[in-house]
Design a protein around this ligand. Sequence first.
Ligand code: KG4
Ligand code: ZN
Length: 377
Amino acid sequence: MLRRHHHGLAMTTLTYPYNNTPMDILGIETTCDETAASVVRRTADGGGRILSNVVLSQISEHAEFGGVVPEIAARAHVEVLDRVIAKAMAEANVAFPALDGVAAAAGPGLIGGVIVGLTTAKAIALVHDKPLVAVNHLEAHALTARLTNAVAFPYCLFLASGGHTQILGVRGVGDYLRLGGTLDDAIGEAFDKTAKLLGLGYPGGPLVEKEALLGDAERFALPRPMSGRSDADFSLSGLKTALRIEAEKIAPLSDQDVADLCASFQQAVVDVVKDRLRSGLRMFRLQIGNPSAIVCAGGVAANEAIRKVLHRVAFEVGSMLVAPPPALCTDNGAMIAWAGAERLALGLTDPLDFAPRARWPLQQVAKAAGATAQTGR
Ligand code: KG4
Ligand code: ZN
């Protein structure tokens, strides 16, 4: 039996050896423009199985604005979340009383949406007397490769989405070393802004990638910001500006111009990723040792050209790239459920008054005592 969770407790540590029993966890994701719920089973050996994974994208509702509108997103989550959860439970063929825990992304993200998902998770946890796990959305991205590929700690994570661009050392659950990150725009954001500038639509990543296939990557000489620096940081706003200047020089743009601009932009991003990741891996080896793998996560990891360069850099350092399927790289409920399962297995749960967080750096995620020493699964 679980101990009850009382309000006001900073964190409840379960006394039972949870890691040896199979668990079914419901995961809820509402931090951005995807309303998602999933049930994931963590088996006794530490493996994971996705029993259901329901993702409802709000893309069409934000498309005309060229980006996510927070207020629209929050309202849309309220409207559909109950149904998305019901569908995830039905598809998994699991009833609420049979769950072992309820996990929700408690941040970072658009606060209106985070409140909707976290509050719903709290209600389910309270009614059915289940432990709540308040999951950090970035930690969920970081741990997905353990669900899909059983990757052992420590590994190097390249996380690139619409809101985040980071290179991390993942040493254990709740144990992250930030090696580098963007000083301004996230990579996905840069793709989205490029698409907007060129009138391609939202979200921009896939559209820019498609155009790039038809274009000449060498036609425009765009900068490779931060390249050659010994840190692993990114800066993308200068690249975006350079692209705009090139586009303005030749406006009005023909279809070929648009394709060439996309190809040149994507190549610049690919080159920057190559240089920054190489640098991040040098830092990883100095500070942590040899990574078991290079792992990618976030929507940008769906980009084939970027995947290719990640493969290449991994090969160079004698490691391998682990790339979860694109549907699990972009926001989804399974990653939240899995992170919840990993935390619950270590006895890490959260009180029902856990506050939603718009900002929540990974370094501030709680870890289990002794978690650093743990290696393997
Ligand atoms: O992880 P995600 O689904 O949501 C966030 O947490 O942001 O990532 C969405 C971002 C968007 O900026 C989108 O343009 C970008 O990932 N993206 C891509 C591709 N597919 C999605 N960027 C480049 N190439 C792609 N194929
Ligand atoms: Zn995300």
